[in-house]
Structure formats: structure tokens, C-alpha cells
Write a protein that binds this ligand. Structure first.
Ligand code: ADP
Length: 573
């Protein structure tokens, strides 16, 4: 539809220049355009009305466009040109027929032009969306325009004048603003949700009296769901009076410097009407600045750390208490150790001191008995024998106490060597056989491998065995049996030998199995039995066994007898 604007028959200069007035581009183009090739005919033939309208249009600074005649031939001014963009529509539009030119929007504007041309009156269209082909593509373009009928000289409607303003920029600007506002509102809602549901408490206080503007759920919970928004701080939470918070807030506003406090104590009523209670909070008060940079209030946020503070104080208190208890226990232990040492030293000294006179008693009784001091009758012999028996018994007891005291003070020396088990068992048997016979018991010593040796102090080992055998004799009734045996565990990582003393005696109840190894413990299973001994034998024996790297244990049932097992490291063969 491009029109050739070259002029074959230029209009008569005076008429054309009186209609196409001025130096504008479009005046120039109109002057040069061959109007005779259009249905408008040469300018000289134009009606007054058309001439006046066109010259007004060309002189106007408002974008204007004119469709004239039944073919709606087009004219427009310089200010209308930008509406065509850079796609070659200008200057093709000049002199073109409306319907052939505006194919892209004819559906929309055709009926409007018809309406005006057929006498319907002027139309007004605000921010009308009329996408047009511009700059080589369909562009979204908005217009505010009016179509006005222009009367011809004969009073009929000769054309439609478009006075328009492209509003694309404003409309797009408004659309952008609208979507920005929508986004802002979404962001604001999101921020409000975050603010409201934040686990830490948040409140905004504004103005010189710090009126609550906003408070989130956590803040409401902190202050017992009181009605605070819209009320000054000290009016909403009167218990804060005198606690110094208003001074801190005033400082933050005055200096525009945030205040950060850790575990700040605050007396707060947790439910309305109740007495304030001690709480602790980590808080940050930030100045709320307006656009001009003035502090217009405070944002208070923080966390209620009461539980943590209390827990920490409990831990600190418990630590201090346990430290005290530890120091007390340490002192008690030191005291007990000192007392024990003193007792052992005392026993050692006393036993030693007692042995000298006892030995003298024994010695003089023996001299008398031998008749060295003169003749002794039968009666006196018997008495002297009793004195000697008692003296030996007492000496035995004292020796045991002395042994134990020595063990306790740690002054016992161990002379460890390879000791042949068979020899030890035979020696022990020989030592106790008189008592076994006297008590009407049977002692069976099992055979043991000839080369089997233990690592032990031979004297201490003998002492343990004699003690175990003496107990077996003491606690087994006439006719009973005692077995002395040994068993080696050669294959073990640390090979051992266990020597066992088994009797068929009275046995030991389960609850006493441990305590009999305590010093000075005797179990009076048979109340008719006269308890002999000190209750030290097993304590000494276990100490000795353990000191030689071994152990001493017992298995027993009341009425069925007992088995004491002494285990010692085996000597390498
Ligand atoms: P004591 O000098 O009194 O024998 P011990 O320490 O040797 O002291 O023994 C402690 C207690 O263990 C004994 O008084 C006795 O009650 C119990 N006891 C020890 N050996 C036997 C045993 N073979 N049978 C039963 N009871 C025993």
C-alpha cells in the first residue's frame, strides 16, 4: 500500500502553501504530495472546511490525524509521527486509505470511525489498548484519543479528526507500579507473618512515650497477653516503672545507637493481675529511623532466656556443691587413712610389747614345770600345762594382730621365688595333722605334679594354707573330711595354679561370703561353738594372696561345707 510521494503534478504554489502552512516536515510533504491521485483530488478542489482543518492540523503541536472523504484518505502532523515508530509506516500513511492502511487494528477502529462518520457524534477513548505493527513487530500501545466529526462546507460530515495522545509510557508505568505494589503487599504480608511468628519477641515502640505500635505473638506471651498496642510502655506494663528500661530506650533514641543486653533481669507479670516475677532476657533495642534519619522510636527484639539462666545457675550451684562434697570426702579419706595408720602403728607397737611379757610367762611356766624351782605335784603340772596352752593361744592371737598391722602399714617384705606346690602341701599337712587327728577328722591331700611351681613367698604361702586348713578343722564337726588339692591352668594367657581347701563343715551363708574377708569378722553360725580366733585370718590371707599377684575366693553352702580357692601365678617350667 506504499504510496509514491514523488510529485508528478505539483499543486499550484499559492493554494498549496496557504493550506499546507509552515516549515514542518508534514507541511512540506503535503505540499509535495500529488493529491490529485487520491479521491480528495487536487488541493485547489478541496472544500474550505477540508483546507481549514488540514491547515489547523499541520499547525497544531498536539498529535493529530485526519480521515477525509468516503475512502478516509489520511493526513497527519509532525507530532503524530512518533506513533508510527521506525518501521516505515511513516510517510507511507500520508494520502493512504484508512481501511487499507490500518489493517492491523481496523476491527477496533473501523466501527468507531463509522460511528462518527454516520453522525453518531464524537467519541472519547481513554488509555485504549491498540497494539500496532511498529518497529518491525507488534507492539502494545495505549492511546487516549477522541474521534470528532468534521463538517464539510455543505454541513455533511466530511471526515473524522483524531486528536490523540499516546499514553503507552504512562500506562506501562502504572501497570509496573501496580505490580510493584502487589509484590510489595505480598512481601509485606510475608514480613508480617515472619514478624508475628518469629520465635524471638519483637515490638515496635514509637514517640517520646514509647507507644506500642506492633508486637508479635512471642512478645504477647512474654507479657501475659495484655492489651498493649496503642498504649505507652509504662502504662501498658506498669511493673517496668523504676526498672530503668525507659532510661535505656531514651538513650537509644538520643544517641541513635542500639543497646544490646545479655540475660537482663526484668520483673514481669506473666498473667494480668498477678505479682511480677523474675525473668531474664537477651534484648536488642534498635533506634527506628525515619526517612530524614531521625529516631522516631525503638524496635525491641530478643529472647526470654529465663530457663537457660536458671539451668546454668543450677549447674553452677551443683558444681560448687559437688566440689565441696569432693573436698569433704577427700578430707574424710585423709582423716580415715591417718586414723588407720595410727591404729596399725599402735597395734604393731602393742603386739610387740605384749609378746615380751607373754614369752616370759611361757618361759617361767616351762621352768616351773621342769621342776627346776622345786618338786611339782600332779595338780600343779596340770595347772602349768593350762597356763602354757593359754600362753600359746594368746601368743598366736597377738602374732596374728601383729601380722595384720604390718600388712596395713605396708611394711611386709615379700621374698618371691619358684615354690614347689607338692612340697608346700606336704608341709602344711604335717603342720595341721595333730589337730586333724585330735578333732577326729580325715585330711586327704591329692597328688600334684612333681614339677608344678608357683611364684610366691614360701613362708606367706604356708601361712595362708595353714590358716585355711585351721579354719576347715575349726568349722567341721567330728567325722568330717577335708580335701587339699591343686589344679593348674597352664594354657591360659597368664597360667595359674589354684590350691583348694574343701571341708564338709558347717558352711557359710550366702550373705556372709564377702564379709568374712573383712578384718575382725566372725560368723557365729553355731552359737554353742566357742569362737576361737580374731577374725583376722582370712583378711590377712587375702591381702597376702593379692600382694603376690593372686586371689583368694570362697564357695560355700550352709550345712554342706566350704571350698576356699587360692590362686597364684604359675612359675615357668
Ligand atoms: P577366725 O580367726 O575367726 O577364724 P577368719 O578370718 O579366719 O577368722 O574367719 C572369719 C570367719 O569366717 C570365721 O569366724 C567363720 O565364721 C568363717 N569361716 C572361715 N572359714 C570357714 C570354714 N571353713 N567353714 C565355715 N566358716 C568359716
Amino acid at each position: 500500500m506504499a504510496r509514491d510521494t514523488s510529485t508528478t503534478a505539483p499543486p499550484t504554489p499559492d493554494v498549496a502553501s496557504s493550506v499546507f502552512v509552515g516549515a514542518s516536515e508534514m507541511a512540506q510533504r503535503c505540499r509535495e504530495f500529488d493529491w490529485s491521485r487520491t479521491s480528495l483530488g487536487p488541493v485547489e478542489s478541496w472544500s474550505h472546511s477540508l483546507r481549514t482543518t488540514v491547515s489547523t492540523l499541520l499547525m497544531s503541536r498536539n498529535p493529530m490525524f485526519l480521515w477525509w472523504g468516503p475512502e478516509l484518505v489520511q493526513l497527519y502532523n509532525d507530532d503524530y509521527r512518533p506513533s508510527f515508530g521506525g518501521g516505515g509506516r511513516h510517510p507511507r500513511a500520508l494520502g493512504a486509505k484508512g481501511k487499507e492502511f490500518w489493517t492491523d487494528i481496523w476491527d477496533a477502529i473501523g466501527p468507531q470511525i463509522d460511528f462518527v462518520m454516520s453522525g453518531g457524534g464524537a467519541t472519547w477513548h481513554e488509555d485504549q489498548h491498540l497494539p500496532i505493527l511498529r518497529n518491525g513487530r507488534m507492539e502494545d500501545v495505549w492511546w487516549t484519543y477522541s474521534y470528532s466529526p468534521v463538517r464539510d462546507d455543505d454541513g455533511t460530515i466530511g471526515g473524522t479528526l483524531v486528536v490523540c495522545q499516546e499514553t503507552t509510557k504512562r500506562v506501562l508505568g502504572e501497570q509496573q507500579l501496580k505490580s510493584l505494589l502487589a509484590e510489595l503487599s505480598v512481601a509485606r504480608t510475608r514480613l508480617e507473618d515472619v514478624f508475628r511468628l518469629a520465635p524471638s519477641f519483637l515490638a515496635v515502640l514509637a514517640g517520646p512515650d514509647f507507644v506500642f505500635e506492633l508486637a508479635n505473638d512471642a512478645y504477647y506471651q512474654l507479657v501475659g497477653h495484655r492489651d498493649i498496642v496503642g498504649r505507652p510502655l509504662l502504662d501498658a506494663l506498669p511493673e517496668l516503672c523504676g526498672q530503668g528500661f525507659d532510661r535505656i530506650l531514651h538513650d537509644v533514641v538520643a544517641t541513635k545507637t542500639p543497646f544490646i543486653g545479655r540475660a537482663i533481669p526484668v520483673m514481669l507479670a506473666r498473667t494480668p493481675g498477678t505479682a511480677p516475677e523474675q525473668r531474664y532476657a537477651d534484648v536488642i533495642y534498635q533506634p527506628l529511623l525515619d526517612a530524614a534519619g531521625n529516631a522516631r522510636g525503638i524496635v525491641a527484639h530478643g529472647t526470654d532466656v529465663t530457663d537457660q539462666v536458671r539451668a546454668q545457675r543450677d549447674v553452677e550451684r551443683l558444681l560448687a556443691e559437688s566440689e565441696l562434697a569432693r573436698a569433704d570426702a577427700e578430707a574424710a579419706r585423709a582423716e580415715a587413712e591417718a586414723a588407720n595408720r595410727a591404729k596399725s602403728e599402735f597395734l604393731a607397737v602393742m603386739s610387740h610389747e605384749l609378746r615380751t611379757p607373754l614369752n616370759a610367762i611361757g618361759g617361767y611356766a616351762e621352768l616351773l614345770d621342769m621342776g627346776i624351782r622345786g618338786p611339782v605335784n600332779e595338780q600343779q603340772h596340770a595347772d602349768l600345762a593350762r597356763i602354757q596352752t593359754s600362753q600359746r593361744h594368746l601368743l598366736g592371737l597377738i602374732n596374728e594382730v601383729l601380722n595384720y598391722a604390718k600388712l596395713e602399714t605396708g611394711t611386709v617384705r615379700y621374698d618371691v621365688s619358684d615354690v614347689a606346690v607338692r612340697g608346700v602341701l606336704a608341709a602344711a599337712e604335717e603342720l595341721v595333722s595333730p589337730q586333724v587327728r585330735a578333732r577326729g577328722l580325715t585330711l586327704v591331700v591329692a597328688d600334684s605334679p612333681p614339677g608344678l611351681c608357683v611364684r610366691a613367698d614360701a613362708e606367706k604361702l604356708r601361712q595362708i594354707l595353714v590358716n585355711l586348713l585351721s579354719n576347715a578343722i575349726k568349722f567341721t564337726d567330728r567325722g568330717g573330711r577335708i580335701d587339699l588339692a591343686c589344679e593348674d591352668r597352664e594354657g591360659a594367657d597368664a597360667p595359674t595354679v589354684t590350691i583348694s581347701v574343701r571341708d564338709t563343715g558347717i558352711g557359710i551363708s550366702a550373705e556372709k561370703l564377702d564379709v568374712i574377708f573383712e578384718p575382725f569378722v566372725q560368723v557365729r553360725a553355731d552359737l554353742t561353738r566357742t569362737a576361737e580366733g580374731t577374725g583376722l585370718g582370712l583378711a590377712i590371707s587375702r591381702d597376702l594372696a593379692e600382694a603376690m599377684g593372686g586371689s583368694l575366693t570362697v564357695a560355700s553352702r550352709p550345712g554342706e561345707g566350704s571350698t576356699f580357692s587360692l590362686t597364684l601365678p604359675m612359675a615357668r617350667r
